[in-house]
Design a protein around this ligand. Sequence first.
Ligand code: G3D
Ligand code: MG
Length: 177
Amino acid sequence: MDRQKMKVKICLVGEGAVGKTCLIRRFVHDQFEDRYISTLGAKVSKKEIVIQGNGAAVDVDMTIWDIMGEKGFRELLKEAYFHGAQGVLAVCDVTRKETLTDLEEWIAAVVKVTGNIPVELLANKVDLKDERVVSDGDVKSLADSHGATFLLTSAKTGENVEDAFAKLAELIASRAA
Ligand code: G3D
Ligand code: MG
């Protein structure tokens, strides 16, 4: 019997340099590069994964949207970027507290275009233990206030990166079911 298939579009949001591009690169290519060409405009990547949905395996064809120029990200571009997104990874950098509070605005901007979709907060760069200023509690309270889940990630070590994307896909699948 053919496995059930689904296509999903997800977006990553968050301030510049929190690690969005690195998380995608880690997930899609299983690589972390210290040097690379930064994204121009929006970049779309694809990856297929298999998740457990409702007891049966589901093939998920993920389209992952990345952006650059976060501060100057224009309203018009925002519409196109978020349009049709079924889930969002809201990323902050645990070494910069303002990147967590900034997520309020990012989440509001997405939801304005997409309506209520699953949101997962990623507290990235947890490998930088000595520089960390954002606590688990800080992340949890923002996540709770948006009915979102959260994970601590590192694009550098790969910690929780697969899980982050898979968990979001599962949330989307369970909504669609
Ligand atoms: P962005 O796409 O959100 O703007 P990038 O962020 O993915 O371009 O990452 C910004 C910087 O953070 C990069 O460093 C990258 O190497 C670093 N980075 C991303 N994720 C992690 C992580 O999990 N741990 C650590 N230690 N660094 C990370 P540069 O030096 O190129 O600015
Ligand atoms: Mg980027």
